[in-house]
Design a binder for this molecule. Structure first.
Ligand code: HEC
Length: 131
């Protein structure tokens, strides 16, 4: 009887140790992921703006080369818009849920081929333009 109790205690100890190691491994994995995310987010803000400028080339005909125009006399002037606001608007057009001035369909065709990263970049560029 004593022997069984002893081996039970020993076994429990081994399980605890194994669990502690597993938790440690998980914590390390999370740390590695965090590092990877930081590295991905790292491309300097300047790079993002430069990329956004390239994306904006196809927007200029309506919004103006510095985003200073009301596109087709309909949209708001978007120069200097907060990046988060632009991103939200563009994602809304892409999803087909935004139609602020009755021309959401037209904007949908403009942004449908843009990736999330393109949208982020062009939003950063627009926010860098003077109001
Ligand atoms: C063919 C003309 C045209 C092009 C090209 C165009 N837009 Fe637009 N844009 C519009 C119109 C018209 C609206 C108003 C849509 C609506 O009714 O909500 C608009 C709306 C917007 C809005 C929201 C403004 C508001 O008043 O709510 C943003 C942001 C925007 N466009 C960004 C872009 C970006 C970025 C590109 C390039 C990828 C682009 N547009 C290309 C015509 C254009």
């Amino acid at each position: 009887m004593k022997k069984i109790a002893l081996s039970l205690i020993l076994a429990t100890g081994v399980i605890f140790a194994a669990e502690a190691n597993a938790t440690k491994a998980e914590a390390n994995a999370t740390k590695a992921e965090t590092n990877a995310t930081a590295a991905k987010a790292a491309p300097a803000a300047g790079d993002l703006v430069a990329k956004g400028k390239a994306v904006f080339a196809k927007c200029q005909s309506c919004h103006g080369d510095k985003a200073q125009n009301k596109a087709l006399g309909k949209s708001e002037v978007i120069a200097g818009w907060d990046a988060a606001k632009t991103e939200e608007a563009l994602k809304g057009y892409k999803a087909g849920t935004r139609n602020k001035h009755g021309m959401g369909g037209l904007m949908k065709t403009q942004v449908s081929s843009l990736s999330d990263e393109d949208i982020k970049a062009v939003a950063a560029y627009i926010s860098s333009l003077k109001k």
